[in-house]
Design a protein around this ligand. Sequence first.
Ligand code: GDP
Length: 319
Amino acid sequence: MALLHLPRLRFSMLTSSHSLSSHFNPFTSHKFPCKNTFFINTCTVFPAPKSTLTTSEPIPISHFPETPVEDHIEFSLEKLFVPPETDVSSDSANLSTRILKGSNIVLSKYARDAQVLQAEFVKSSVRTEDCPSDGLPEFALVGRSNVGKSSLLNSLVRRKKLALTSKKPGKTQCINHFRINDSWYLVDLPGYGYAAAPQELRTDWAKFTKDYFLNRSALVSVFLLIDASIPAKQIDLEYASWLGQNQIPMTLIFTKCDKRKKKKNGGKRPEENVNDFQELIRGFFQTVPPWIMTSSVTNQGRDEILLHMAQLRNYWLKH
Ligand code: GDP
């Protein structure tokens, strides 16, 4: 994938952020999704369709007794993802009870309606213009081939084979839309970094996925999947840096967190790889983006991802 070199990026991220500061969540360099302000350079070309959805009034977090929040973990504020309209200053004593388990994400009043009741494959598109035009909010899953994307997708919708659709010959290089609860989309993008793919094809993927990221007005956030059972790969770092540089909202999903390498073989625990990855991308963002640790074997992180998607989505629909 033809991405910019890392050293150049650090400089451009820091300079470009000034002009965008009014759209930034004050707690993070990562812009919180808002369909009116997100695609600053592109929304004039592809205006966001008006949503036909209505949102009910936010329900306080305390109404979700089953919410999977972190019990004991201690985070410094600058390492947390604090959604807008979320006051953490007055409630610092109870903050840890509002952090999603195995993540750095604070729950906001928008975290509701997270359950997946219905999921269906809608279509495969090869161009952004061919994607569904109903304006429903969507989340794109992307990652290196073999990172566990199909397994995660199936785990999110609790179906064994839904993501097989995306693996069928002819669909693997497409933008695959799955409609959830008739109200939002999960989008499966082609895996990158597949060494056996001809260079020509790899370039094509880069081109159309980049176009999708830059021009898809219904895109609420990219979920970039990173294998936590192995050390960071250069191509993943480049992908994260490109998303950061282009102001594309991103959540990091660390996969395969159930896999434990033996210390004596020089392997690191998933937690260590997660920390290392954060360190390596620190320069690309003013503060850390949201991240969640997951496993499709144990279903770790499944409910947390859905709650995080729900709060991003509900905020996006309101703004
Ligand atoms: P994709 O190419 O990104 O869609 O990856 P797949 O979902 O097909 O998974 C690639 C391989 O990783 C398969 O052998 C899966 O069984 C395995 N895998 C996927 N997710 C996990 C996970 O959370 N834990 C473990 N241990 N293996 C996983």
